[in-house]
Design a protein. Structure first.
Lengths: 496, 444
C-alpha cells in the first residue's frame, strides 16, 4: 500500500486511527500497541502476502536470539557472542540472497564466461531497512543497551508501518520507550501529524512527480542509447536531483506525520540537504538516520577516527562504498558510494589543511555561497550515477553535461523541452534552497528533542500554528494532492 | 481536554476543507463532463462539444461500451481504429450494434481486457481482431500508461466498487478539471468531430483538420514524414530491447504476466469458451513499412510472428475438432493495395488506399471485412492478390510468396527502397533522437 494511494489515505489510515484511539479511549493502551503491530503486518502484506512468510519468521528468530544474548544480572550469557554472529550472519545472508544474489551471479558469469542460472529473485519490499533495524537491536542487546524485552514492542519496532518500507531507520531506544508510554496522545501530536502528513504528500505529488516528468524520459532515452546535448543532460540531472529530494523527504514527512497521529515521534531524516556547505554537512542533512546507522554500526566498529588519519579515510571510503551498495546491487550504486567516500575524504583533508594553520574556512557570504554551489555540483554528479540504469548511461549523461554531445541536436524540438525542464528544475530546487524545511516550518522535534542537522533551526516568518487559517491552507494542500493522486507513482526509496 | 478539543476542531477543519475542495471539483467535472462519460447535462456553449475525448480514447471507449452495449466489436490498433467501419454490411445482423473498440497503440493485453469488459457489459457475438506483426511475439505483455483496468468490467470482480473507484478517480482528478476548463473554453471552436459515435476515427475528417500535418504539408510529404518517424520508433524499440533497460521505479513483482502472444492466446481461448465468433487479420501496412522492417533486420521476427499465430490457431482447432477453425487472414504482403505508388513529390494528390504508410483508408477496411465475412460486393471487387488465409498448410508457401513479391517490389521501386535503407543506416549510426527530419526521397 503506497502512502500516496486512496487505499492508504482514505481506507487504511482512518480505520487504524479509529481503532487505535478507540482502544486508547477505553484505557486499553497495550492492546492499542498490539493493534498497531497487526495493522503494520496487514500494511506490509498488502503488497504481497507472501512477504509475510519472510518477515514474520525473521522477527521471531531475531527476537529469540536477542532474548538469548541479552545480559542478565549484568552478566552476558556464554553463548552470546556466537549467537550474535549467527544473528547478524542470518540477517545479512537473507539480505544478500534477496538483494545481491543476481548481481553476483551476473558478474560471475560475465567474468568467468559461465552460465550459472539463479532464476529471478524478487526483492521483498523494505528488506534493507528492517534488516538494519534488526541488526542494530541484536548488537545493542549484546551490548546490554536493551533494558526490557517485550515481543509486542519488538514486533512493532520492526514493523511500525510508517517507517517499515523506506525509513526513517529508527533506533529501538527511540521508539520502544514511546510504545510503553501510557499518557494520552496529545492534541499537539495530532494537529502536527496531519499537517506534516499533508506537507509530505504535497511534496511527493506536487513537486517530486512534476520533476519526474522531466527527469525520467531523458534518462530512459539515454539508457536506450541516445546521446544528450548539454542542456538536455543538465536539465534532467537537475530534475532528478529535485525529484529525489522531494520524493524521499516527502515520504519521510509522511512517515513522521503518520507516526505523530499515533503519538509516536520518528527521527527527522532530512534537514535542507541542498543548503549544505560541504559534503560532511550534506551527510548531516541527507538521509540522516542512514548516516547515523552507518556511523554507529559500521564506521565506528571499523575503528572510526581512532586509529590514525589514514585508517580513518579508509574507514570512510569503506563505509560509503558499502552505503552505496546497500542502496542497490549495481555498479552505479557502488560508484555513487565511492564518489561520496572520496568527497568526504577530500573534505576532511581540506579541513585538516585549515586546522594546521593555513587559515580558516571561509565565513563570508561569497565563500559560503561558493562552497554551497561546489557541494551541490558534486552531489548532482553523483546522482547521475545513482539514477542511471548502467555505467554507459551515466557516461553518456556526464559526457553530455560536459558538452561532448553528438553533432546532431538531441531531439526534434528538444531545445524547448530541455529549456522548460531546466526552468522547472531550477524553480523546484529554489524551493529546496530557499524555503524553510518541514521542521523549521512546523517546529517538529524528533525523539529526544532532536531537530536535525548540526545547527539550530532557522527562524522563519512562516511558522505553523494550529489555527483555522492554517487548517484551511493544509486542507487545500491535502485536497490538491488528493486530486493529483489519480496518477499514482511509487516512492523512489521503495526499491532500496 | 481543551487541547484535545482544539486538535479535533483543527483536524475537522483540515478534512472539511479538503473535502469541500474535492466536492467542488467533482461537481464541475460532473456537470462539464469533458469525456462524455456521464451525460447529465448538455448545454451549447458550455459542454456540448467534447474536445477532450480525443486525448482520452481508452477511457472514453470503456464508458461508451457501457452506454452502447455492443454485441460485436473491433479490437486493434489505430489502423483498425481508422480503417474499419462498424456499418459494414458483413457484420452478423444479430450482432448489432457494432462498436469499433480499437485505439491507438493498443497492446494485446489491453485488447484482452477490453474484450472482457465488452463481454461483461453485453454478451458478444462477433469480434474482429486486427493485429500488427509485432503483437504476435514473445515480448513481455505490456499496457500503456493511460490503461486503467479499474475502468473495465471483467465479470470476475464486483462491478460497483470498481466503478465507484474508477469514477472517483476521474471526477476528483486535477487532469479532468483541466479538461473541463479546456472543454468550456473550446466550445466556440468549430473543429469537426472525428470521433464517430460507433467508435471509428473518421480519417476523412481527422487528416483534413486545419493544422494537421497531413493537411499542412500534403499527403506525399506526410507519408515520408511518417516513414521517418517509424524508423525512429523501430530503432528506439530495438535499442531499448537490446539494452534491456531495467526499471528504476522499484522492485518488480514476479508478474507471470506472459508475453504479447500469450494474450492473443487468451483472447482466442476466451472467445472459444464464450462462443464468440472471432476472426483475426494481420493489417495491410504499406510496402514501405515492410521495407523499413526488413532494413532494420526484423524480417525474421515478422515471419516468426505469423508462424506463431498459425501454430496458436492450429492448436486451438485441434482442441475444438467439431467446431469451425478460427480464421486468420494476412493482408501484410506485397499486394496491389499495399504497393500503391506514392503521389509525385510536391503534389497534393491523395493516395487512394493510404493516409500514410501505417494507416489504410476505410475502402481498404471494406476489402478486409469483405474477405473476413466472405462478402462479395460488385461495387468493390477485392483485388485477388489482397489477403491470404494462413493455415498450417499454407503458411510456408505464403511466406515464400511474400519473399518473392518483396524481391519484385524492390526491382520495381529501387528509389524508395534505397531511400528507406539510407535513412535506416543514418539513423542507426546516430542518436535515435538525432534523426534528420529534413531528409526527403528523391523523385523516382
Amino acid at each position: 500500500m503506497l502512502f500516496n494511494s486512496y487505499a492508504f489515505l482514505l481506507g487504511f489510515m482512518p480505520t487504524a486511527l479509529l481503532l487505535f484511539h478507540g482502544l486508547r479511549h477505553v484505557g486499553l493502551v497495550r492492546s492499542s500497541i498490539a493493534l498497531l503491530a497487526i495493522a503494520s503486518l496487514v500494511f506490509y502484506g498488502w503488497w504481497n502476502p507472501i512477504y509475510l512468510l519472510l518477515i514474520v519468521p525473521l522477527i521471531l528468530i531475531n527476537f529469540a536470539l536477542a532474548a538469548c544474548i541479552v545480559p542478565r544480572d549484568g552478566r552476558r550469557p556464554r553463548a552470546a557472542r556466537p549467537l550474535l554472529v549467527l544473528g547478524i550472519a542470518l540477517n545479512l545472508a537473507t539480505l544478500g540472497y534477496f538483494k545481491y544474489a543476481n548481481f553476483f551471479v551476473d558478474n560471475l558469469n560475465a567474468v568467468t564466461g559461465l552460465e550459472v542460472a539463479l532464476g529471478r529473485v524478487v526483492l521483498p519490499i523494505g528488506i534493507s531497512f528492517f534488516t538494519f533495524q534488526k541488526i542494530a537491536f541484536l548488537v545493542d542487546a549484546y551490548r546490554g543497551k536493551v533494558d526490557r524485552l517485550n515481543f509486542v514492542d519488538y514486533l512493532l519496532f520492526v514493523t511500525f508501518f510508517p517507517q517499515l518500507i523506506a525509513g526513517p531507520i529508527v533506533h529501538h531506544s527511540e521508539v520502544i520507550r514511546q510504545f510503553r508510554d501510557r499518557t494520552p496522545v496529545s492534541g499537539q501530536c495530532i494537529t502536527l501529524g496531519i499537517t506534516i502528513l499533508a506537507i509530505g504528500l504535497a511534496k511527493k505529488v506536487l513537486l517530486a512527480d512534476t520533476a519526474a516528468q522531466y527527469a525520467s524520459p531523458l534518462f530512459d532515452a539515454v539508457a536506450a542509447g541516445a546521446r544528450p546535448d548539454a542542456l538536455a543532460a543538465w536539465s534532467s540531472a537537475l530534475a532528478y536531483t529535485a525529484q529525489l529530494y522531494f520524493d524521499f523527504s516527502g515520504y519521510s514527512d509522511m512517515a513522521i506525520g503518520c507516526g505523530l497521529l499515533f503519538g509516536i515521534r520518528l527521527p527527522i531524516n532530512f534537514a535542507s540537504p541542498y543548503k549544505a556547505e560541504n559534503i560532511i554537512d550534506f551527510w548531516h542533512r541527507w538521509h540522516m538516520t542512514l548516516s547515523r546507522f552507518l556511523r554507529d554500526y559500521l564506521y565506528v566498529p571499523l575503528g572510526g577516527n581512532r586509529k590514525g588519519r589514514t585508517r580513518r579515510y579508509v574507514n570512510l571510503l569503506v563505509t560509503m562504498l558499502l552505503g552505496g551498495f546497500w542502496h542497490g546491487a549495481g555498479w552505479t550504486f557502488l560508484i555513487w558510494g565511492a564518489l561520496h567516500g572520496f568527497y568526504l575524504v577530500a573534505n576532511h583533508l581540506w579541513r585538516g589543511l585549515w586546522q594546521h594553520g593555513a587559515g580558516r574556512e571561509s565565513t563570508t557570504a561569497l565563500g559560503r555561497g561558493l562552497s554551497q554551489a561546489l557541494t551541490f555540483m558534486a552531489v548532482v554528479i553523483a546522482w547521475v550515477f545513482f539514477r542511471s540504469a548502467d555505467l554507459s548511461t551515466a557516461g553518456r549523461m556526464l559526457l553530455g553535461m560536459a558538452g561532448f554531445a553528438g553533432s546532431e541536436p538531441f531531439a526534434a524540438g528538444s531545445l524547448t523541452n530541455s529549456a522548460q525542464a531546466f526552468g522547472v528544475s531550477v524553480v523546484l530546487l529554489a524551493i529546496a534552497w530557499v524555503a524553510p524545511n518541514t521542521q523549521e516550518l512546523t517546529g517538529y522535534v524528533g525523539p529526544g528533542g532532536v531537530q536535525g542537522a548540526n545547527e539550530p533551526p532557522r527562524a522563519t516568518r512562516l511558522t505553523w500554528k494550529p489555527s483555522p487559517a492554517w487548517a484551511v491552507v493544509v486542507g487545500c494542500l491535502f485536497g490538491t494532492a488528493l486530486m493529483l493522486m489519480s496518477k499514482v507513482s511509487e516512492f523512489i526509496y521503495f526499491q532500496f | 481536554m481543551a487541547e484535545r478539543a482544539a486538535a479535533v476542531r483543527y483536524c475537522c477543519a483540515v478534512v472539511s476543507t479538503a473535502l469541500l475542495l474535492l466536492a467542488t471539483v467533482v461537481c464541475v467535472n460532473l456537470v462539464v463532463d469533458p469525456f462524455g462519460t456521464y451525460r447529465i447535462v448538455s448545454v451549447d456553449g458550455l459542454n456540448s462539444r467534447k474536445s477532450a475525448v480525443y486525448h482520452r480514447v481508452r477511457l472514453v471507449k470503456a464508458y461508451e461500451v457501457r452506454r452502447l452495449r455492443p454485441r460485436a466489436i473491433v479490437l486493434g490498433t489505430s489502423r483498425s481504429h481508422v480503417g474499419l467501419r462498424p456499418s459494414h454490411e458483413g457484420w452478423d445482423s444479430a450482432a448489432r450494434p457494432v462498436y469499433n473498440l480499437a485505439f491507438d497503440g493498443a497492446t494485446t493485453k489491453e485488447m484482452y481486457y477490453y474484450l472482457l469488459h465488452a463481454h461483461a457489459v453485453q454478451p458478444l457475438r462477433q469480434v474482429i481482431l486486427g493485429l500488427d506483426t509485432y503483437h504476435a511475439t514473445t515480448a513481455p505483455a505490456t499496457a500503456r500508461p493511460d490503461f486503467d483496468p479499474w475502468l473495465l468490467e471483467s465479470g470476475a470482480v464486483p462491478v460497483l466498487p470498481s466503478l465507484v473507484r474508477a469514477d472517483m478517480k476521474i471526477l476528483t482528478s486535477l487532469d479532468t478539471l483541466r479538461s473541463s476548463l479546456t472543454t468550456v473554453e473550446s466550445q466556440s471552436d468549430r473543429q469537426p468531430a472525428w470521433f464517430a459515435p460507433d467508435g471509428q476515427r473518421l480519417g476523412d475528417v481527422f487528416f483534413h483538420r486545419p493544422g494537421e500535418r497531413f493537411e499542412e504539408i500534403g499527403p506525399r510529404a506526410y507519408f515520408e514524414e511518417v516513414d521517418r518517424l517509424e524508423i525512429g520508433f523501430k530503432l528506439e524499440g530495438k535499442r531499448a530491447a537490446s539494452a534491456q533497460v531495467p526499471s528504476r521505479s522499484g522492485p518488480q513483482p514476479a508478474s507471470g504476466d506472459g508475453t504479447s502472444l500469450d494474450y492473443i492466446r487468451r483472447i482466442v481461448a476466451y472467445c472459444r469458451a464464450e462462443g464468440i465468433d472471432l476472426r483475426l487479420f494481420i493489417s495491410p501496412e504499406h510496402a514501405h513499412q515492410l521495407e523499413i522492417s526488413a532494413a532494420i533486420g526484423e524480417w525474421a521476427t515478422i515471419e516468426n510472428a505469423k508462424r506463431g499465430l498459425v501454430e496458436l490457431l492450429t492448436d486451438d482447432a485441434a482442441h475444438h475438432a467439431g467446431a469451425a477453425p478460427i480464421p486468420l487472414w494476412d493482408f501484410s504482403g506485397y499486394s496491389s493495395i499495399t504497393t500503391e505508388s506514392l503521389p509525385e513529390p510536391g503534389s497534393r494528390a491523395e493516395m487512394r488506399f493510404y493516409w500514410d504508410s501505417s494507416h489504410f483508408k476505410d475502402n481498404v477496411g471494406d476489402f478486409i471485412l469483405d474477405r473476413l465475412f466472405g462478402v462479395t460486393d460488385p461495387r468493390r471487387a477485392v483485388p485477388a492478390d489482397f489477403g491470404v488465409r494462413l493455415t498450417a498448410d499454407t503458411i510456408e508457401t505464403a511466406l515464400a510468396r511474400v519473399r518473392e513479391d518483396q524481391l519484385a517490389y524492390r526491382r520495381r521501386n529501387p528509389v524508395s527502397v534505397t531511400w528507406i535503407r539510407s535513412l535506416v543506416d543514418v539513423s542507426g549510426q546516430d542518436s535515435v533522437h538525432g534523426l534528420d527530419r529534413r531528409a526527403t526521397m528523391a523523385a523516382p
